[in-house]
Design a protein around this ligand. Structure first.
Ligand code: C2E
Ligand code: CA
Ligand code: CA
Length: 749
């Protein structure tokens, strides 16, 4: 410490101290000098100056009080403290209460601060430097007061400190303010850290200046890892390369690609992954320096949610294909596009045959899996830009645009696509350990965007064509034809008409011959015919499903059975004891009637038909319900009577081959949809071969339906098929005519 001497300037000095104190300036140094100076004054001067000094002291006291300062003079050797009233007040003592010892004062110092205070005192003694420390004391009422004490040390000749003279000031309110400020800052920091938004500030050079906790969470970097580095590190390309130019553009023109706008960009995570983020940048100028504050929101979840909502609204959850609603939008676009370009498009309405049976019998889970596989196959059949949608249940709709420049070539192309879909869908499906087969019926409705081509109209036409395809038998393609519409309008009246037909005996039974390898007559299938008085002959495929839906199938089925047995008994003499089977189609619904067995027996008894000549054609669907004991019981009961069973349309359903061998069956009838292309289509050929081999191994007779050509017959014989039915051998004909067929074959006129 430098010791300055100012002997002759005491008055001016005192004034200076007082002024400084009044102004709240640091008076400590001045006081230290003053004390020494006072000592050094001579006696005469002293008297004179004592007066002045007292006045000065008085002024000083007032000034010190006003400044909230207390002075003290601590004789360290005797441990006595002399202090001003102000000091006493600061320490919470009444003017005369204090005993003047440091020991008493010491008790008032906050225990947490005491050590520090004493260490500081010691340090200033040893290191010969002024004492300055802020500490807390306890007031008698238990409250805490913050004091700052500053003192100068006076040294003995021997260099030992002997006094500390100084001031004490109450800084409680400042401390309070500081504490509040610190709390507020902490509060702000907490907010900054906890806001969901990432907040990153950069300077105009792109250097990161701050990085809050959310930013830390979003980007995976700690603030230490990014502060001081360029913001580009948080951006994927292309922003990464251009970021600085964005800033510069902003600085010069005030506009920029990202800056200043609320828009979505991508952020780059520490691990290299990117995420969509919403970035809002604002410019802040503080003390003439420009900073950019980026407010970042991770919108990944929002994006996901939006995608999910979109997915739910427009896509079928099971197959992920567009749903009906999105289909309509796409179809609308395709129609419009077609009208604009003059190139026709087409809608293909695809409906699975027999799907309901699979779904009902094997469970929805199996049905769902089949639909998923079908959706995948359909998607593979199409070009990008074409739409395949799930229209509902087992219905799919395909929209293809730009099929060619004229309706002719467009129809050809649409047909080619239909065939492609057909062959993709008939391939076997593996679900779990089982293999299933499915066939589609496809209706094609071309559109050109010109005449009457509203979305609903095109859809309706596709639907109509599909129904027509179904009516023609399974696995068929059918183009829309305006005549269909008239037909469909009639369908509504059909039910009433059918009832009438049953009552009025308008229905007829026709018989189609069945032959063996050598062309010998071995039986017939009874097929129902409805010569409608107004509409002409209505094919069974049109009214049988209707009869099934309305329950009319029961009286209808009974009528068929009765009629068939009646003729069978009638032909007995002409059959002349030769082997002959009469096949009668039995609907699933009919078969499930509890009184079915009784009814068949009654009819057999009443008509006198030979049960051994009767074969009931049931469908695969029925066999799928094999767990239903009544199916087996029915089969066995009638079997015991001599009645035979054939599985109709074999291959189109979903037979689980494992069950077949446990059933009392006689014949497998290969569906004519497989026979049709057996010589040209490899997969059809494979299916037919499989069915024949299966029949052989299970001991069933295999009969091919729909044989129309010699080639088919030759192929079938070559592959081991034993029985045949089809136009090649004979059309279904009325009973009287069939009676003649029998006579010719068996030579019994
Ligand atoms: P289905 O049992 O498969 O009957 C065979 C169908 O193939 C018959 O059609 C028959 O006329 C037709 N067909 C015969 N030979 C050929 C051929 O060489 N080529 C082609 N393309 N087709 C041929 P139909 O008479 O129109 O009967 C359609 C379906 O209606 C039948 O299919 C059957 O499921 C049902 N059905 C017919 N009569 C009855 C019946 O009395 N009761 C029940 N429940 N259903 C019947
Ligand atoms: Ca049949
Ligand atoms: Ca059949």
């Amino acid at each position: 410490m430098t010791r300055r001497r100012r002997r002759n300037h005491a008055p001016a000095f005192k004034e200076k101290v007082a002024r400084a104190a009044l102004k709240g300036e640091d008076t400590l140094g001045l006081l230290g000098q003053d004390a020494e100076m006072v000592q050094a004054l001579d006696v005469t001067e002293r008297t004179r100056w004592e007066v002045a000094l007292r006045e000065g002291e008085e002024r000083l006291r007032i000034a010190l009080d006003a400044a909230g300062l207390g002075t003290f003079d601590w004789d360290m050797a005797s441990d006595r403290i002399t202090w001003s009233d102000g000091d006493a007040r600061l320490w919470g003592f009444a003017a005369d209460e204090f005993d003047g010892t440091y020991a008493t004062l010491r008790e008032r110092i906050h225990p947490d601060d005491l050590r520090d205070v004493e260490t500081k005192v010691k340090e200033s003694r040893i290191e010969q430097k002024p004492f300055a420390h802020e500490f807390r004391i306890f007031l008698p009422d238990g409250s805490v007061r913050w004091l700052t004490g500053r003192g100068e040390l006076k040294w003995n000749q021997d260099g030992h400190a002997y006094r500390m003279i100084g001031v004490v000031q109450d800084i409680t309110s400042r401390k309070e303010a500081e504490r509040e400020k610190a709390e507020h800052t902490e509060y702000l920091q907490t907010i900054l850290d906890n806001v969901v938004n990432g907040i990153v500030t950069i300077n105009t050079g792109g250097t990161i200046e701050s990085f809050n906790k959310s930013a830390n969470r979003l980007f995976g970097y700690t603030s230490e890892e990014v502060i001081g580095r360029n913001i580009a590190m948080l951006m994927p390309e292309p922003h990464r390369s251009h970021h600085q130019s964005y800033i510069e553009r902003y600085l010069t023109t005030g506009t920029a690609r990202i800056i200043g706008t609320d828009r979505e960009v991508e952020g780059r995570h520490k691990d290299g992954s990117t995420f969509p983020m919403n970035l809002a940048v604002s410019r802040i100028t503080h003390n003439g320096v420009t900073h950019f504050v980026g407010l970042i929101r991770d919108v990944t979840f929002q994006r996901q949610a939006e995608t999910e909502i979109r997915q739910l609204a427009f896509y079928d959850p099971l197959t992920q294909l567009p749903n009906r609603s999105l289909l309509k939008t796409r179809l609308q676009q395709a129609i419009k596009e077609s009208g604009r370009s003059g190139r026709p498009g087409a809608l293909l309405f695809v409906d699975l045959d027999n799907f309901k049976t699979l779904n009902d019998s094997r469970g929805h889970d199996t049905g769902d899996q089949l639909l998923q596989q079908i959706a995948r196959r359909l998607t593979h059949c199409l070009r990008e830009g074409d739409t395949v949608a799930r229209f509902g249940g087992d219905e799919f709709v395909v929209v293809v645009g730009e099929l060619g420049s004229d309706p002719g070539s467009a129809a050809e192309k649409a047909q080619a696509i239909g065939k492609k879909i057909q062959s993709a869908l008939v391939r076997p499906y593996r679900i779990g350990r089982d293999i299933f087969h499915s066939t589609p019926s496809i209706g094609i409705a071309p559109f050109d965007g010109v005449e009457n081509n509203s979305v609903d109209e095109v859809l309706k036409r596709g639907d109509l064509a599909m129904y027509e395809a179904k009516a023609r038998g399974r696995n068929c393609l059918q183009f829309f034809d305006p005549a269909m519409q008239a037909l469909v309008a009639k369908r509504a009246n059909l039910e009433a008409d059918l009832r009438q037909a049953l009552v009025n005996g308008q229905l007829e039974l026709h018989f189609q011959p069945q032959v063996d390898v050598d062309g010998r007559l071995i039986g017939a299938e009874a097929l129902i015919r409805w010569p409608h008085p107004v509409d002409g002959m209505i094919p069974p495929a049109q009214f049988i499903p209707l009869a099934e839906d309305t329950g009319l199938i029961l009286p209808l089925g009974t009528w068929v059975m009765e009629e068939a047995c009646r003729h069978l008994a009638d032909w007995e003499r002409a059959l002349d004891g030769k082997a002959f089977q009469l096949c009668v189609n039995v609907s699933t619904h009919q078969f499930h009637q509890p009184e079915f067995v009784t009814r068949v027996r009654e009819i057999l008894a009443r008509t006198g038909a030979d049960p051994n000549r009767l074969v009931l054609e049931i469908t695969e669907g029925l066999l799928l319900q094999i767990d239903a004991d009544d199916v087996v019981r029915t089969l066995q009961s009638l079997k015991a009577d001599g009645v035979g069973f054939a599985i109709d349309d074999f291959g189109t359903g979903y037979s689980s081959l494992r069950y077949l061998k446990h059933l009392p069956l006689d014949t497998l009838k290969i569906d004519h949809s497989f026979v049709r292309d057996v010589t040209s289509d490899e997969s059809d050929a494979a299916i037919v071969q499989t069915v024949i081999r299966l029949g052989e191994s299970l001991g069933f007779t295999v009969l091919a339906e729909g044989v129309e050509t010699l080639e088919q017959r030759t192929w079938l014989i070559a592959h081991g098929c034993q029985q045949f039915q089809g136009y090649l051998f004979g059309w279904p004909v009325p009973a009287t005519e069939f009676r003649k067929v029998i006579g010719t074959f068996f030579n019994t006129p």
